[in-house]
Design a protein around this ligand. Structure first.
Ligand code: IVH
Length: 730
């Protein structure tokens, strides 16, 4: 906000901004800001309007549901029952406050009913632990607090009301109304501005899993409301196709679903594989009477509509809280995206008592998860050099709080990824941090690109002090620094040597290795063993105690078992799993060094690529000299304290597709084979599970889904390697 002080000017600026973003979102399916940033603008506006009710303007976006159908190319459809939006709760406190408003609303209605001698509220119970502070909300059976008058000044004569809640997932897609007359599907319409939407019947008719005809005996008119969405598998497959055709990726499944519904040719929509969950009954003529929302959902299910299986009915706010917390933690276990939970009052009579505000029902609320996507400025693109010389481009970002932490850097993987995303320093970019996944730059907001911003070019020299050459071998995705004496590679090799998965030297992290290297004390991993307490005392941040401790933990690493030493050498493709099987097969480092490529390649779990890489590494004089130095320094290579890996995958075929963050392709294969499993290149009915990484092969994912074979992400794969069991949530 640039306007300060004057609330009317602030309101005008916020309204202008919100209108602009509405147009991008609804008119062009091409938003410039993330949902959470948009929500924040609306909330700021609402806060100001609450403080200055006289300044609420008739054109304020807080007074309506969504934008009108801007640039519509589809016929308008008037909704007979308006399609309202939902109010949001951004945290559990706001959810509790809603629960308290509901209780008050029902309490007031109950008092009116009682004083009119019209009857009683049926269900009794407790609204929730946090509500107990309020005397009007005491639980079932609890007598009214003595001496506390109700609003009319006399003791409350009725039993306080309670409510049951239906908890649903908030599917991240587009609201849709489907109309059936005489059992036939006749119309599908988007929400639009809540009163008038767009006719997208032909496109919605392509969605698999929707009934075309309702069973005999269905009501004369049934209008069903729900969310059209794109599953993650279909989204990835679509992006794979668009990228192969040289077109930009869709930023997220919701945008992809919106774009797919706006197609002129329903065949294109059909190819996008949209899906639908219904969550609400609209207009019904000639149907049964319902008392609860749950009954309406069961009715929709009986008519053949897809009803989400995760819906739960709970008795109090503690149950609501539990549902919301559970899905906030497990949102990424689902094969589609959700951005929150929706909590609805179950009792339809109570809903009627609560009614609507000008834009949303009082009987429901959307609990929004913290945002996982934000926009920020891409300050620069730099490359980092790994221990094998791989040059990985990464984004330097204006720090932004997203997915629970502040993100200032994000990997861009390789040259092709930067080109495909077409991100340029100076762009506004969408940054995503989902769950435990490393932060990612989704893409640029092209509408905000400054004129004349040049395309980024991959550097031709290494950023290290000797500026060695960077080369990209023909047919490979990675660009590398091929100079073994590159100081950046040297430092990375030492960091890797000392790391937790390798020699596990406590206290020897990135910072200390850099310090030691800059002080000229270490040039290769073997030099670590010569570092003294006195040398460490010369470095910033070391006192006698910490220096002694580090020297002791370096000394202790001399007796690490062979698999750790093999891993620590940093041979390309040779991770902990392959090191383990090789150690078991060969017993000593000398035996590994003497083994031929053919010997190594026949070891179960070691492919020809790793075998060739090992032989190449030991053939190099510099590397052999380093092994001699390690030997002289007292590192014991013969100590094969390896337990055979538990054969938890015996006889099971696990297919891996796409790239995983923690395993190279060979390592993943070695991890499976080392546990007795197989890792074939294609999916068949015999496949036990398919592990899907970044940019997977679409056909494998589709085949797995078709054959009903469990699909796992990387976390699921790690769990599978540990136990041999499929994780529960898949
Ligand atoms: S109920 C009056 N239930 O969220 C009730 N909406 O932010 C209206 N949504 O417009 C909607 N999942 O597009 C409802 N289980 C769910 C939902 C859901 C996703 C969307 C829907 C709605 C928006 C409100």
């Amino acid at each position: 906000m640039t306007t300060s002080g004057d609330p009317a000017a602030q309101i005008a600026e916020l309204i202008g901004l919100i209108h602009h973003h509405d147009e991008r979102y609804y008119g062009f399916d091409d938003p410039e800001v993330s949902d959470s940033e948009y929500d924040e603008l609306v909330r700021s506006l609402r806060r100001l309007e609450d403080l200055h009710p006289d300044l609420v303007r008739p054109d304020s976006p807080t007074e309506r549901v969504g934008a009108a159908t801007l640039g519509a190319t589809f016929a308008p459809v008037s909704h007979r029952v308006p399609m309202t939006s939902l109010d949001n709760a951004m945290d559990i406190d706001e959810l509790t406050a809603w629960g308290e408003r509901v209780a008050k609303g029902l309490g007031a209605a109950a008092r009116q009913t009682a004083s009119g001698q019209l009857g009683q509220l049926g269900q009794l119970g407790q609204l929730g632990p946090r509500s107990e502070a309020d005397g009007a909300l005491d639980g079932a059976g609890a007598s009214h607090r003595p001496g506390r008058p109700d609003e009319s000044g006399s003791p409350d004569p009725i039993v306080p009301p309670s409510a049951r809640f239906v908890c649903e997932l908030k599917i991240d897609g587009l609201a849709m109304s489907l109309r059936f007359e005489g059992g036939q599907f006749v119309q599908a319409a988007t929400r639009g501005d809540g009163r008038v939407g767009e006719d997208v019947t032909a496109n919605v008719a392509t969605i698999a899993g929707l009934p075309r005809r309702l069973p005999a005996g269905a009501p004369e008119v049934v209008e069903v409301r729900g969310e059209v969405y794109m599953s993650l598998a279909s989204f990835e497959a679509l992006n794979e196709r668009t990228m192969a055709a040289g077109q930009p990726r869709f930023a997220n499944p919701r945008n992809a679903a919106a774009g797919s519904l706006r197609q002129k040719d329903p065949k294109v929509t059909a190819s996008r594989e949209l899906s639908f969950w219904c969550y609400q009954l609209g207009e019904v003529v000639g149907g049964p009477a319902f008392e609860t929302h749950r009954q309406t959902l069961d009715f929709l299910d009986s008519l053949g509509f897809p009803v989400n299986p995760e819906i739960r009915v709970v008795d109090d706010l503690a149950g609501v809280d539990e549902f919301c917390q559970h899905w906030q933690e497990h949102r990424h276990d689902l094969p589609y995206e959700i951005d929150g939970a929706v909590v609805k009052i179950d009792d339809l009579g109570q809903r009627e008592q609560l009614g609507f505000t000008s834009r949303a029902p009082r009987w429901a609320i959307a609990y929004k998860f913290p945002p996982e996507e934000r926009t920020t400025i891409l300050r620069d693109i730099q490359v980092s050099i790994g221990r094998t010389g791989r040059a990985t481009p990464f984004a330097v970002l204006e720090p932004v709080f997203v997915g629970g932490s502040t993100v200032g850097m994000a990997t861009l993987h390789n040259q092709d990824q930067v080109r495909a995303k077409d991100v340029r320093p100076g762009d506004t970019v969408i940054v995503r941090k989902a769950g435990d996944v490393i932060p990612e730059v989704v893409g640029p907001v092209l509408a905000l690109r400054p004129a004349g911003l040049p395309e980024w070019r991959f550097p031709t020299t290494c950023p290290c002090s000797i500026h060695s050459e960077l080369v990209r071998p023909e047919g490979e995705a990675d660009t590398r620094c091929v100079e073994p004496s590159c100081p950046y590679q040297r430092v990375q090799r030492i960091i890797y040597f000392a790391s937790r998965g390798a020699m596990d030297i406590e206290g020897l992290g990135d910072r200390t290795v850099l310090q030691l290297s800059e002080a000229g004390l270490v040039r290769d991993p073997a030099d670590i063993y010569g570092v003294t307490v006195d040398q460490l005392l010369q470095l910033d941040g070391f006192a006698r105690m910490s220096a002694q401790k580090l020297v002791a933990s370096i000394a202790a690493s001399r007796t690490r078992p062979l698999p750790r030493v093999l891993t620590a050498l940093g041979i390309k493709g040779l991770g902990p799993s392959a090191s383990e099987v090789i150690s078991v097969a060969f017993g000593t480092l000398d035996a590994v060094m003497a083994a031929s490529e053919a010997d190594l390649a026949t070891t179960d779990g070691v492919g020809p690529t790793i075998a060739a890489s090992i032989v190449r590494w030991f053939a190099n004089d510099i590397n052999r000299a380093m092994i001699d130095k390690l030997r002289i320094a007292g590192v014991e290579f013969g100590n094969v304290e390896v337990s055979r890996l538990p054969q938890v995958l015996a006889g099971k075929a696990v297919v891996v597709t796409g790239s995983l963050a923690g395993f190279s392709r060979d390592e993943a294969e070695a991890a499976i084979k080392g546990r007795g499993g197989k890792s074939p290149g294609s999916v068949s009915a015999k496949t036990f599970a398919v592990v899907v990484g970044a940019e997977p092969g679409a056909s494998k994912v589709t085949k797995a889904t078709d054959l009903d074979i469990p699909v796992l992400d990387e976390a699921g794969f790690v769990a599978l390697l540990e136990s041999g069991e499929l994780p529960q949530t898949t």
